[in-house]
Design a protein around this ligand. Structure first.
Ligand code: NOJ
Length: 564
């Protein structure tokens, strides 16, 4: 493949890192992380090797949904810093070769937003129609609520006017009305603003809700229906005009065929990337069963995408580990394996845990899971703290259990803040996953730590763009406990094997396209890389240790990349 392609469509072999400013590093000692703290850890991120920092919302907020309820789309939460601090962070990241993507949350505003206050203040206000209203009583929407612990409908009555407003999330988050051209313009203006401040793209929140128009009876709709795909295409074209390599990463938790539509019809002319929620959920089911067939099935069903589009592969994010696309029985299997305690479950569909405690702290299994996610066609996305194997704090309510302060060092406040413990934005995790056991300081100086392993995965992934640029080809290793796949882009290919079982398994796979005598080189073993020669029809036989993993690069003439 042409290596220079990786420079233009940078997201095709990037490594994303999601961080929450308020829990990363507290610079001014008030107990709350801030943008200056973040800036002082950019070199840490560069050292780890990530290439794109995704910032969770840092805008002024009413604080009812951890920043996803925004009161000003053009601002910075004063508790986290200023617009000046933001620009300094962008420049510092760029100088270290790290791009910045910001969370873009315009499906709704907070009810503390000026637009909403004006909208409820008067039915005559020009902002009234920036939100979605109906005067007829809505039907039962209890099955559609996203947060069933607090809501039982997606409509609430505005007492002043007696009309109902739409809120797909909490009732304090009224939905914006994208059917209104003025709102669509404002969305563009907001994107333009952040692009002008130097961001490289957006993680677009709640995409399917953003464009939903069918909640209001036709005769009550004030604006003609708009085509969401036309609009998304326009928005992407606009972002490209402002920044030729802008990237849209969409949160679209829908079945694959519907996701495919959001990539657009040209070459990534709508969303550039989408999280692979289906593959992620299948990975957990496969891990729970020690049987790779659910994952292999999901990978085979992944729609083919254009070269500019990309899957975002992840194991955990800042929300609950949603298992909503599994059947009830499958979900129960995952609950039984990784979170049997009711307190670990959320909304009847997910787990509010981080990966290492779910896997019983078994480092072999944890490494296998990360090796897998980095080897699958797509772009890996890490959630802060995954690189050191942080655990959750179940004493922190709801989804916030996984959003505890970053653990930099042992001892007080995990090195996150110099404030008194009681002023901390959120309590640090305690016990076996607390900072005395799990911290950056110790792991960075240990070549055998999880941190060093993740650093190696990042470097090997970056040196193997055939992973990010290929479509998945699942091979048949003759044993359901092992997933074998090949990533192939033009003359370059990489064979990956992952053993989901707690016992060693010997497997034989035929690598399509290879003949007898092809050479493969191991990319993950530190030191002098072992080599392997294929037998007849490109056959290789390997003994995979319990929870073993391996990446083998096929050696081709004229490949001038560094080996290892
Ligand atoms: C999805 C985000 O990931 C979640 O954290 C948030 O609560 C909702 N969107 C509403 O913005």
């Amino acid at each position: 493949m042409n290596l220079t392609d990786t420079a233009d469509r940078w997201w095709k072999n990037a490594v994303f890192y999601c961080a929450d400013v308020q829990t990363f590093l507290d610079f001014d000692g008030d107990g709350q992380g801030d943008l200056r703290g973040m800036l002082h850890r950019v070199d840490y991120l560069a050292d780890l090797g990530i290439t794109c920092l995704w910032l969770m919302p840092f805008y002024p907020t009413a604080g009812r949904d951890d920043g996803y309820d925004i009161t000003d789309f053009y601002g910075v939460d004063p508790k986290l810093g200023s617009a000046g601090d933001f620009v300094e962070l962008v420049r510092t990241c760029h100088s270290r070769g790290i791009r910045i993507v910001v969370d873009f949350v315009m499906n709704h505003t907070s009810d503390g937003h000026r637009w909403w206050k004006e909208a409820v203040g008067s039915t005559e206000s020009p902002f009234r129609d920036w939100y979605v209203w109906r005067s007829s009583t809505p039907p039962d929407t209890s099955k559609q609520v996203v947060f069933p612990d607090q809501e039982d409908a997606i409509w609430d009555k505005d007492p002043a006017s007696g009309e109902w407003y739409l809120h797909n999330f909490y009732k304090t988050q009224p939905d914006l009305n994208l059917a209104n051209p003025a709102v669509r313009d404002e969305v563009m203006r907001t994107m333009g603003y952040w692009l002008q401040l130097g961001v490289d793209g957006f993680r677009i929140d709640a995409v399917p809700f953003l464009f939903a128009q069918d909640q209001v009876p036709r005769k009550e709709q004030k604006f003609p229906p708009f085509d969401p795909h036309d609009y998304l295409r326009n928005l992407k074209a606009f972002a490209d005009r402002r920044n030729g390599t802008a990237m849209f990463l969409g949160e679209v938790n829908l079945p694959y065929p519907q996701m495919a539509e959001f990539f657009g019809s040209g070459d990534a002319d709508e969303l550039s990337m989408q999280f692979d929620f289906i593959g992620m959920q299948a990975t957990y089911l496969s891990m729970a069963r020690g049987d790779t067939r659910p994952l292999a099935k999901a990978l085979r069903e992944r729609p083919r995408i254009d070269p500019g589009s990309q899957w975002a592969n992840f194991l955990r994010n800042h929300d609950e580990l949603t298992l909503d696309k599994l059947s009830k029985a499958e979900r129960q299997e995952v609950f039984d394996a990784f979170g049997a305690n009711k307190d670990m479950q959320l909304f009847d569909r997910g787990l509010r845990r981080r990966l290492p405690p779910m896997l019983g702290g078994d480092e072999r299994r944890i490494r296998m899971a990360y090796s897998l996610i980095f080897s699958l066609p797509g772009t890996p996305v890490l959630f802060y703290g995954e690189e050191i194997g942080m655990g959750e704090n179940l004493d922190v309510p709801g989804r916030l259990s996984v959003r505890t302060p970053m653990q930099w060092q042992p001892g007080d406040n995990a090195g996150f803040s110099t404030s008194g413990r009681r002023s901390l934005v959120r309590p640090v995790t305690e016990g076996a996953y607390g900072p005395d056991e799990i911290n950056v300081a110790r792991q960075r100086s240990d070549p055998d730590s999880l941190w060093s392993f993740v650093q190696r995965l990042i470097s090997r992934y970056r040196q193997s763009p055939e992973i990010g640029w290929s479509s998945v080809e699942v091979l048949d290793p003759g044993d359901r406990r092992v997933l074998a796949h090949v990533c192939r882009k033009d003359e370059w290919s990489l064979v990956a094997l992952h053993n989901f079982a707690a016992e060693p398994v010997e497997v034989t796979v035929e690598v399509p396209g290879l003949k007898r005598g092809s050479q493969l080189v191991d990319l993950l073993t530190p030191g002098t890389p072992p080599r392997l020669e294929t037998g007849a029809r490109g056959r290789i036989t390997l003994m995979m240790p319990a929870y073993g993993y391996a990446w083998w690069r096929v050696v081709v003439e004229d490949d001038r990349r560094i080996d290892h």
